[in-house]
Write a protein that binds this ligand. Structure first.
Ligand code: AOF
Ligand code: ZN
Length: 363
C-alpha cells in the first residue's frame, strides 16, 4: 500500500537528522527514493560540507531503481555548482519521474531555480511537504542565508524565584548536574557559544563542550566592548577546543593597543565592530561563517539581544532553589519571555525544569 507524501518526507527528515552537528555551514538534508509501488529503494543524507549532497547519496543507493521513481528531498535540490553539484542534473539523468521537496532552498543561487529546472525537464515537482519541519531543522542555515547573522539561542538558569546569581560578582550554582550535562550537549550542536565580559570576569568559564562528542571545533565568543577580559582567564587555557573570538569596538581597540596585543598573544582573535551594538556584532560573526550561536549570558548581553530582536530560540532552566529577597535578577521575568515563545517544550532534567521555545515572529 502506498503511504502519503508526508510519510516518506518524515523518513527523509529522519535520515537528514543523522548529519546533526556535522554539516555546518551547510544544511542538514535527507533524501529517499521511492519506487512506483511505494517501496523505499534508496536513501541518503548530507554528512559534511564539501561532501556529496543527500540526493546524490540516495540516487547512488537506489541505482537503476531510481528510474521512474519518486525522490523525496527535505531541501530543494541545487542547480548550482558550489563545492559539489548540481544535483538537478543527476536527478534528470537518473530518470526520476517525480520530486517531492520539503522546502525551497533560500540560497540566492538556487531559490526556486532548482524546481524550475526539474519541471523544464519533464519531472513532476511537489513543494512544501512538511515545510515547517524542514525549515525548522535548518533554522541556522535559513537565518544565516536570509539575514546574514547566526541563529541565536538564549540560555539561562534561574532559581524558582527568578535569580541568576546570589549577589553581583558571585559565581552561583543554580541547576544540578544533569542540567549541566544537558547544556554541554546543547553546546555541541552550535557553531559558537557566546558570553558577555562580565560572565568571564565572574564565572571564569572554559566554554567547552565537555563530556560530549563534538566533531568540530567550538568557536567561543566573548562580547567585550571595553576589553575588560584579562589574558589570564581560564578560557585561554582551552585553545584546543576551538577559536576564541573577542568582539569589541574599533574605538576600544584603538585606545587599548597593549591590552589587545596581550589578548592576541594568548590566542584570542579580536573582531572590532564599527558601533557598540549586538546586531552589528552578530553580522560580523555571520560574515565569519558562524551560523548558530548559543548565548549563555549574562543578563546584560541577554537583554541587549532580546531588545534588538535577534533572539530566535530560548532555553530556560528553573531550579527548585530560592534565594529569597536578594540576588541578581535576570533582565525580565520568566513569564514575560515565555509569553513571546511558541512551540514550548517543557520537561524535567533531574530536579530542574527545562523550557525550550522558538521566538514567535510574524515576518
Ligand atoms: C548540502 N547538502 O544535501 C544539499 C545542499 O558547496 P556545496 O556544493 O556543498 O553546496 C552547498 C549548498 O547546496 C547549500 O548551501 C544548499 O544551498 C545546497 N544544497 N547542500 O550541503 C545537501 N542538498
Ligand atoms: Zn545539491
Amino acid at each position: 500500500m502506498l503511504l502519503d507524501d508526508a510519510d516518506y518526507m518524515d523518513r527523509a527528515l529522519h535520515v537528514a537528522a543523522r548529519g546533526r552537528g556535522l554539516t555546518s555551514p551547510n544544511p542538514l538534508v535527507g533524501a529517499v527514493v521511492v519506487s512506483p509501488d511505494g517501496v523505499v529503494v534508496g536513501s541518503g543524507y548530507h554528512r559534511r560540507a564539501g561532501e556529496p549532497h543527500a540526493e546524490i547519496h540516495a540516487l547512488r543507493s537506489a541505482g537503476v531503481a531510481a528510474r521512474g521513481a519518486t525522490l523525496f528531498s527535505t531541501l530543494e535540490p541545487c542547480c548550482h555548482t558550489g563545492r559539489t553539484g548540481p544535483c538537478v542534473d543527476r536527478i534528470v539523468k537518473a530518470g526520476v519521474a517525480r520530486v517531492v521537496i520539503g522546502v525551497e532552498d533560500p540560497h540566492p543561487q538556487v531559490h526556486g531555480e532548482g524546481i524550475r529546472f526539474l519541471r523544464e525537464h519533464g519531472i513532476a515537482v511537489t513543494v512544501g511537504v512538511r515545510e515547517a519541519e524542514a525549515t525548522r531543522m535548518n533554522l541556522p542555515f535559513f537565518i544565516h542565508t536570509q539575514r546574514g547573522r547566526p541563529l541565536v539561542m538564549m540560555k539561562v538558569a534561574l532559581t524558582r524565584d527568578g535569580y541568576v546569581a546570589e549577589a553581583p560578582g558571585v559565581r552561583s550554582a543554580i541547576t544540578a548536574e544533569r542540567a549541566g550535562h544537558d547544556s554541554h550537549s546543547l553546546r555541541a550542536e552550535f557553531d559558537a557559544v557566546g558570553v558577555g565580559s562580565e560572565t568571564v570576569l565572574v564565572d571564569d568559564p572554559e566554554l567547552t563542550a565537555r563530556a560530549v562528542h563534538r566533531a568540530r571545533p567550538l568557536t567561543r565568543v566573548i562580547f567585550d566592548s571595553r576589553l575588560r577580559v584579562p589574558p589570564t582567564a581560564a578560557i585561554f587555557g582551552t585553545r584546543d577546543a576551538g577559536p576564541i573570538v573577542i568582539v569589541t569596538t574599533k574605538v576600544t581597540l584603538a585606545g587599548s593597543p597593549d591590552r589587545a596585543a596581550a589578548l592576541e598573544a594568548n590566542g584570542a582573535r579580536l573582531l572590532p565592530a564599527q558601533v557598540h551594538d549586538v546586531t552589528s556584532a552578530l553580522m560580523m560573526l555571520g560574515s565569519e561563517g558562524v551560523t548558530s550561536l548559543l548565548l549563555e549570558g549574562g543578563p546584560t548581553l541577554h537583554a541587549a539581544a532580546w531588545r534588538a530582536g535577534v533572539v530566535d530560540r530560548v532555553r530556560i532552566y528553573v531550579s527548585p532553589l530560592a534565594f529569597g529577597d536578594k540576588g541578581v535578577r535576570w533582565f525580565e521575568t520568566r513569564s514575560t519571555v515565555t509569553e513571546a515563545l511558541e512551540d514550548l517544550d517543557v520537561r524535567m532534567v533531574g530536579p530542574d525544569e527545562r523550557t525550550d521555545g522558538y521566538v514567535y515572529r510574524n515576518d
